[in-house]
Design a protein around this ligand. Sequence first.
Ligand code: FES
Ligand SMILES: [Fe+2]
Length: 383
Amino acid sequence: MTTQANAPPVSLVQQLAARYAGREPGQRPCQIRIPVEHYTDQARFEAERKQLFLRRPLIICHESQIPDPGDSIVHDWLGLPLITLRDRTGAIGTFMNVCRHRGMRLVQAQGSACLRSLVCPYHHWTYGLDGALRNIPRSESFGDIDMNTLGLKALPTELRNGLVWVSAETGRPMELDKHLAGLGRDLDQFALADYHFFQQNVRTVNCNWKLIQDAFLDGYHVVRLHKNTVGAFFPDAVSTSDCLGDHIRSAVARNEISEAVGTPAAALDLRRHATFAYTVFPNAILIFHPDYTSVISLFPLGPDQTVFAHSMLTPQPVSSQKERDHYERSFHLIDQGVFQAEDIFVAEGAQRGMRSGANKELLFGGLEEPAAQFHQVIARELA
Ligand code: FES
Ligand SMILES: [Fe+2]
């Protein structure tokens, strides 16, 4: 794998065209082994959660999923009870979903909600959308109480490239630019900030979170595992990748790559000639399909259980029934047909296989080298 930090994604399409035309060799052969216990061990899971998920900025949603004041996502995805919401000024914040009086959970159900305020069911302490404590019933019983010190506990939350990023590390700034390492420039080329939330499916899958990342860093399986769905759109194993900081930028050639051979860079179409997938360290995958975008965030609940949140974004707001029908068909194909029935199917099957003791290690070859690179970044972070 070549490392071309900050090179624009168009150079990857040029590389795919050269490989397709046989002018450039494909990936070098290799054999890389990853211990099975990295996917099964409880202590390893806890170290990953602490060092990666509780320390790094994580993508929670696209901002268009919560467009209006009060629009909220209630989630326990980081192992903490949280609410990410838009306040009356339009700003997006994340708060602990925990009352400052005697600790009751404020909003019970996880998922999307539209809130006017946050009222604790226990004694009805009431908080504004900005997290400030607004009302204490029978406040005289507390004597001289300073309500300003009893707002909801906030987590660092920032908006970048249309994505809402949250860090569980409350004690220090998020340092999102350092984390992104130039990724934002690529996301601008795909106009991610201009996309619109269409639909989401949040499911709990029975596998280690890294098995899902491995599947999206592997050009080897595309025409095989996906032969009945999207496999026919791709030539076999014409793929490439490079690194942007800790993130991995992968591109798999689509059949239209034949048009890109000898085409000047300015005339290349990133979404038409290739399917780009960005593994955003540690837990997100951004996939740029020809006419929509998938945002996947993974949140491990245990060594063999993971929340898989998949959102579809469309280039314009869906305004007609015809467009709605089109994108609903696309969502069903990608979410149920490709992800659930194929990628998650093999990830769950591999997790079960690990419990059998048949393998002490998993083997990655040259076409899967980006996955091995991802494991190297994790190893470095845990060291
Ligand atoms: S615990 Fe929330 S109002 Fe008492
Ligand atoms: Fe796949």
